[in-house]
Ligand binder design. Structure first.
Ligand code: AMP
Ligand code: ZN
Length: 111
């Protein structure tokens, strides 16, 4: 059976605990951690635990789990950072601005 992971994928390595990350929470399908290149304080990423490159690669259940975790991240950011607003974005493909080709959602506080 083909494993849903990639040995050299940076987010797979974070999911496996091989690379350090400031993990905020996790559930069965997702891992939320702070973006190392944060645009603003509190910038969080929600990554899929299985290796999928983009939104098109997600089954419905994983897509739902991702957005559920994005909502949880937004609530945590709201409580801690009290931003004026929160942006959620998710890039699919280099042309869309994706640089890490393991699906993730940005949850970004705004002032
Ligand atoms: P994207 O352009 O949507 O693919 O965004 C990738 C994001 O991953 C960027 O905002 C990076 O700052 C972030 N990033 C890359 N490597 C790491 C890492 N090791 N830990 C946390 N965030 C990372
Ligand atoms: Zn991966």
């Amino acid at each position: 059976m083909k494993e849903k992971r990639e040995d050299n994928c940076v987010f797979c390595r974070i999911v496996r605990g091989e690379l350090p990350a400031t993990v905020v929470f996790e559930d069965e399908a997702t891992l939320a951690f702070m973006d190392i290149g944060s645009v603003n304080p509190g910038h969080m990423l929600v990554a899929a635990k299985p290796h999928v490159a983009n939104l098109q690669g997600m089954e419905a259940e994983l897509a739902g789990a991702m957005f559920r975790s994005a909502a949880r991240a937004a609530k945590a950011i709201e409580a801690v950072f009290r931003p004026a607003g929160i942006s959620v974005y998710q890039a699919n493909g280099a042309a869309a601005g994706q640089t890490v080709f393991h699906a993730h959602i940005h949850v970004l506080p705004r002032w």
